[in-house]
Design a protein around this ligand. Structure first.
Ligand code: IPM
Ligand code: MG
Length: 354
């Protein structure tokens, strides 16, 4: 029997509520499916850790993670600590050194959930956004000088490298090819940003030659928001820069019904380092401790983790159980307009796994 070692990092806020729910579901699934099991290693890193130690995770944190099969991550962020400290101190401190350059964010209207888009046909919104996750606008390059003086200057430098752009675009073409419609949209802002974004367009053109079976087009990011709302069925796989895809994936999550259901995978496709799976929502301090966080995004992220581990059958089984639960309005948490608790939804998913 195969045992997968999973580092779980609940982090902050509702991360501490949804990750334990996800562990329960995964343990139950493994027991039912047979053939594999999980060993969860809990890490208490995050804002509480920061308040005690002045750092978000220990200095040797990465070496503690480096041999696990996957990382299951909750959320990071606290009202009393600046967001750039919590983000760079934990989430990006894992994503970047582990070279998790492909951030995959599916968006789909699950059964029983309604989209804010009026008259959306069933199946018309079924996208997967690939977010470049290692450079671009999140490179961290830049600086601030003359602090506090009238001539203060801040520079936030986007970094686009040929290998960085090429590998994520290739990943997106491969993903598009693996999906039934074989359709890819490459998003940039190459009219206004005439260096890095033009490089993106050029590399997309070059890479596309290896994928004659994939139909692809280009969109400017502003126009893309309009297309996502007005013509959702015209899209399938989408690739964009770190920041553009950050924004588009929030829109995608909202259009598919709630931020609470959206999952994400931070992948190191070459598997030199562990990949990390997390719900797309944040720590949500406004509802922390109330027991009403939607665990569906965390469960769907577990589906992506199972796929990454090669447990395809178990992944499909869990997705089926999730969809059985979302279909019933009485099992919707408040973000979906219902009254169900995290516990009730979790129990329902456990039940529907058999
Ligand atoms: C996301 C989040 C993060 C990001 C935040 C927490 C900094 O919005 O995963 O999309 O922008 O990367
Ligand atoms: Mg975001």
């Amino acid at each position: 029997m195969r045992t997968y070692t999973i580092a779980s990092i609940p982090g902050d806020g509702i991360g501490k509520e949804v990750i334990p729910a996800g562990e329960r579901v995964l343990d139950h699934l493994a027991a039912r499916a047979g053939g594999f099991s999980f060993r969860f290693q809990r890490f208490d890193w995050g804002s509480d850790y920061y308040r005690q130690h002045g750092i978000m995770m220990p200095a040797d944190g990465l070496s503690q993670l480096k041999n696990v099969d996957a990382i299951y991550f909750g959320a990071v962020g606290a009202p009393d600590i600046p967001d750039h400290i919590t983000l760079w101190g934990l989430r990006l401190a894992i994503c970047q050194p582990f070279d998790q350059y492909a951030n995959v964010r599916p968006a789909r209207v699950l059964p029983g959930i309604s989209s804010p888009l009026a008259n959306l046909d069933a199946g018309a919104l079924d996208w997967v956004i690939v977010r470049e996750n290692s450079e671009g606008e999140y490179s961290g390059a830049g600086g601030r000088v003359h602090r506090g003086l009238p001539e203060e200057v801040a520079m936030e430098v986007s970094v686009f490298t040929r290998p960085g752009v090429e590998r994520v675009i290739r990943f997106a073409f491969e993903l598009a090819r693996s999906r039934p419609r074989k359709l890819l949209t490459v998003v940039t802002k190459s009219n206004a940003q005439r260096h890095g974004m033009v490089l993106w367009d050029q590399i997309a053109e070059e890479v596309s030659r290896n994928y004659p079976d994939v139909t692809w087009d280009k969109m400017l990011v502003d126009a893309m928001t309009v297309r996502m709302v007005m013509k959702p069925a015209s899209l399938d796989t989408i690739v964009a820069t770190n920041l553009h895809a950050d924004v588009l994936s929030d829109l995608a999550a909202a259009l598919s019904g709630s931020m609470g259901v959206a999952p994400t995978a931070n992948l190191n496709p070459e598997r030199r380092f562990p990949s990390m799976f997390e719900p797309i929502h944040g720590s949500a301090f406004d509802i922390t401790g109330m027991g009403i966080a939607n665990p569906i995004g965390t469960f769907w992220s577990a589906v992506m983790m199972l796929e990454h581990l090669g447990e395809r059958e178990a992944a499909a089984r869990l997705m089926g159980a999730i969809e059985k639960v979302t279909r019933q309005g009485r099992l919707h948490t408040p973000d979906l307009g219902g009254e169900a608790s995290t516990e009730l939804v979790t129990e329902a998913v456990l039940d529907s796994l058999g």
